[in-house]
Design a protein around this ligand. Structure first.
Ligand code: IDP
Ligand code: MG
Length: 138
């Protein structure tokens, strides 16, 4: 089944929005299959956002995403990647469609509340940065 990595970013965590955002994805029929809270270190942030390392906003982005604890989640479903991108809306909340998560919760183009994978292939790579396949605790 198709999977997507979702991150609830520091701006949303600081406003207590993790439950609301997870609830919206579950309410849309996506299945939550992994969940953890963590504070990203610089190395993980640079790996997760490696594709943007030449962008002018890269350093700021790494500083922001490592600034506070986040929630990482895996959601599963048919066409999950595209469905979740649609539910989140455009990168810039000001340009996001009404009713999307970023329109409702995002603050600006950087502090846009969520990350979601942009292809099934990238989802599988991104998930590996945050989860091992079979976790057991005792
Ligand atoms: P996406 O999260 O919608 O896939 P990307 O272009 O992959 O958007 O950018 C990754 C993240 O980098 C965005 O979610 C946002 O937090 C930040 N970002 C993107 N563009 C800008 C910008 O122009 N200024 C500041 N931050 C940006
Ligand atoms: Mg992206």
């Amino acid at each position: 089944m198709e999977r997507s990595l979702v991150l609830i970013k520091p701006d949303a965590m600081e406003r207590g929005l993790a439950g609301a955002i997870i609830g919206r994805l579950q309410g849309a029929g996506l299945k939550l299959t992994a969940l953890r809270m963590l504070q990203m270190g610089k190395a993980l942030a640079e790996r997760h956002y490696a594709i943007h390392k030449e962008k002018p906003f890269f350093e700021d982005l790494v500083e922001y995403i490592t600034s506070a604890p986040i929630v990482a989640a895996v959601f599963e479903g048919e066409g999950a990647v595209e469905r979740i991108r649609k539910l989140m809306g455009a990168t810039d909340p000001a340009k996001a469609e009404p009713g999307t998560i970023r329109k409702d919760y995002g603050l600006d183009v950087q502090r846009n509340s969520t990350h979601a994978s942009d292809s099934p292939e990238n989802a599988e790579l991104e998930i590996k940065n945050f989860f091992t396949e079979k976790e057991k605790f005792m």
